[in-house]
Design a protein around this ligand. Structure first.
Ligand SMILES: *Cc1c(COP(=O)(O)O)cnc(C)c1O
Length: 385
């Protein structure tokens, strides 16, 4: 129940990768047969990933994952276009791979506007429009949020950006493979994705870069990936990403419906049994398997550990920030009070979940909340009313 943190490698993906760890070990830059075999696998993979995004294979650069793709997009555009302007627009609820990169760019002389979001986690387009300046070079808005699952109106953002000749990047790590992602419809110039969020291996991802985009590479070296990402390609990982992309294209529609049903069932069961509980984020514009629940008078952390003892893996906030004790920056931006943030739980379902599990999870959550409220003076008193 924590698929937004990572997903298991699909059996088909593992099977596709294995030969590239043994017989087919060639370096894709070598001219001999071993190298050509690896090069062919690499280019075939590029086509598959491009197909999932409605992009051209020549617009896909393979990276080590979402974090590197985000860094290459932001820094690459900023450094190459600094003479046209130094203003970047993003949102307050981005993944740390975006937020920390923006903070780093601020220290290097760029100016960043962090757009607020409403209670559902959506940016306001009028606010975005007001924020655009003559020196704005890049807008980076995530497609869907990893903590609450809210899906942003990227097509509208794309139109605003295109009208003004501003580059648009989107961190689509949470949407690629889950819902249709079409770089043409979005008007995105750059898009980040990561294999391990769609049943592929960890440590591999891609950045879509629209043809003609002015971007600087961050790594100097042998000039791999059209000179944008030097370093011998991770052929096995890339083959795995491509197989995962193909599987996602086949299963997306049916799996999406299934997950919406599971998610809504879980919400209904929990909210029906636990009072002083609520859903964080948007009800309509939300990822199929994502549910972020808030509970008064309990610590999400305690719930998480209790559920873990019952064999259920969930998270508070995101996997990337859960080692911190500060309330989630995403929930704070949605307008929750710090104590409300601390009582929140992120449940993200995927291929391995079924209805029986959902019913079990609902039972365990209801049990846990009741137990912890009994132990908290505030919860006990409120419960008596
Ligand atoms: C997981 C995630 C990332 C980071 O991807 P890695 O491949 O783990 O580096 C970036 N953005 C979002 C929205 C994510 O969910």
């Amino acid at each position: 129940m924590d698929h937004s943190a990572t997903t298991p490698v699909a059996a088909e993906v593992l099977e596709a990768m294995l030969p590239y760890f043994s017989d087919k070990f060639g370096n894709a830059s070598s001219l001999h047969g071993f190298g050509r075999e690896a090069r062919e696998a690499l280019e075939e993979s590029r086509q598959k990933v491009a197909r999932l995004l409605n992009a051209d294979p020549g617009e896909i650069v393979f990276t080590s994952g979402g974090t590197e793709s985000d860094n290459l997009a932001l820094r690459g555009i900023a450094y190459k276009n600094r003479n046209s302007g130094r203003h970047i627009i993003t949102s307050q609820i981005e993944h740390p791979a975006i937020l920390e990169t923006c903070r780093s760019l601020e220290r290097e002389g760029f100016t960043v506007t962090y757009l607020p979001v409403n209670r559902e986690g959506l940016i306001e387009l009028s606010e975005l429009e007001r924020t655009i300046r003559p020196d704005t070079i890049l807008i980076s808005i995530m497609h869907a949020n990893n903590e609450v699952g809210t899906i942003q109106p990227l097509e509208e953002v794309g139109r605003l950006a295109a009208d003004r000749d501003i580059y648009l990047h989107t961190d689509a790590v949470q949407t690629v493979g889950k819902i249709p992602v079409d770089v043409e419809a979005m008007g995105a110039d750059l898009l980040s994705l990561s294999a391990h969020k769609l049943y592929g291996p960890k440590g591999v991802g891609a950045l879509f870069i629209r043809r003609g985009t002015k971007i600087q590479s961050l790594a100097t070296g042998g000039g791999h990936e059209r000179n944008l990402r030097s370093g011998t390609e991770n052929v096995a990982g890339i083959v795995g990403l491509a197989r995962a992309a193909d599987l996602a294209r086949e299963e997306m529609a049916a799996e999406g419906h299934r997950l919406v049903e599971l998610r809504d069932r879980l919400a209904e069961l929990v909210l029906g049994r636990v009072k002083d509980a609520w859903i964080n984020g948007s009800m309509e514009k939300r990822l199929p398997g994502s549910l972020n629940l808030g509970f008064s008078y309990v610590e999400g952390e305690s719930l998480l550990l209790y559920l873990d003892s019952k064999g259920i893996a969930v998270s508070t906030g995101s996997a990337c920030s859960s080692h911190k004790l500060e309330p989630s920056h995403v929930l704070l931006a949605l307008g929750l009070r710090p104590e409300q943030c601390h009582g929140s739980l992120r449940i993200t379902m995927g291929r391995s979940n079924n209805q029986e599990q959902v019913d079990y999870v609902a039972d365990c959550i209801a049990e846990a909340v009741e137990r912890f409220r009994m132990m908290s003076p505030l919860g006990r008193d409120e419960g008596r009313k």
